[in-house]
Design a protein around this ligand. Structure first.
Ligand code: 3SL
Length: 239
């Protein structure tokens, strides 16, 4: 198995696809997806565009849907939730489909949605994703970090490194970004919360009063749910 790491969806090579794509947005979209599906949400449907989300979700029964919208770290006005994993309690999400649009994470998913297999990964479900990769052994895997508006992010890169560390000798690195992601994880693995607090998007979220979200997202391997694309743009739980 060979892993390539891309720091942003824009870096992903045009006109090519891997066997598997693993999308990462530790703060906070892919953490929230793992929590919501683990808590009984029926699916998470992602949209790059808010108007399209409203258009599609209005055909869904109101009691079976939740609209999740985030821009700039804040809840989109009129939406039910704003991409905080701690809001996704079973009481709130069980039996419902989440219609979700976030600044970067949902865009990264849209970029690779044509790949034969698409998963999402965060620190919280890293080991579950490692185990799935160990079992299925795809040849070419792209780890696509969401970054922030086209720029590198520490939190997504450390998660890509955690994935490589978990795979150990089963995976070889396909590009320099993969080598440096592994080095970042090796350097910070005992201080993940501190790294998230230093990251620019971590700082942005702290400024918005989201310290609890950072603590939650910094936990390694505490969930067993793997969100997997079951149809284009729709993720369901693999447990
Ligand atoms: O960029 C994204 O997709 C979001 O996860 C950002 S936030 O953490 O919800 O602000």
């Amino acid at each position: 198995m060979k892993l390539w790491v891309y720091h942003t969806p824009e870096q992903v090579p045009a006109g090519e696809l891997p066997d598997w794509a693993v999308v990462v947005d530790v703060l906070r979209a892919t953490t929230t997806m793992a929590v919501a599906l683990g808590a009984g949400a029926t699916a998470v449907q992602v949209f790059a565009d808010l108007d399209e989300l409203m258009r599609v979700s209005q055909h869904w029964p109101a009691e079976q849907r939740l609209r999740v919208g985030e821009r700039g770290g804040k809840v989109v006005s009129g939406f039910d939730l704003g991409n905080s994993p701690v809001d996704c309690t079973p009481e709130r999400v069980k039996g419902r489909r989440l219609f979700m649009s976030t600044t970067n994470g949902t865009r990264a998913l849209t970029r690779v949605q044509a790949a034969p297999q698409v998963l999402t990964c965060a620190l919280v479900n890293r080991q579950a994703v490692v185990e799935l990769l160990q079992k299925q052994q795809p040849e070419r895997v792209w780890v696509v970090a969401s970054g922030w508006e086209g720029a590198f992010s520490l939190e997504d890169t450390v998660c890509a490194g955690a994935l490589l560390a978990g795979l150990g000798h089963l995976a070889t690195t396909g590009n320099d970004e993969a080598v440096s992601a592994l080095a970042l994880f090796e350097q910070w693995q005992g201080r993940l919360l501190e790294l998230l607090q230093r990251a620019s998007h971590g700082q942005r979220l702290l400024g918005l009063g989201q310290a609890e979200d950072l603590r939650f997202c910094a936990q390694l391997d505490c969930l067993t749910t793997v969100p997997r694309q079951s149809e284009p743009g729709v993720l369901t739980a693999l447990t």
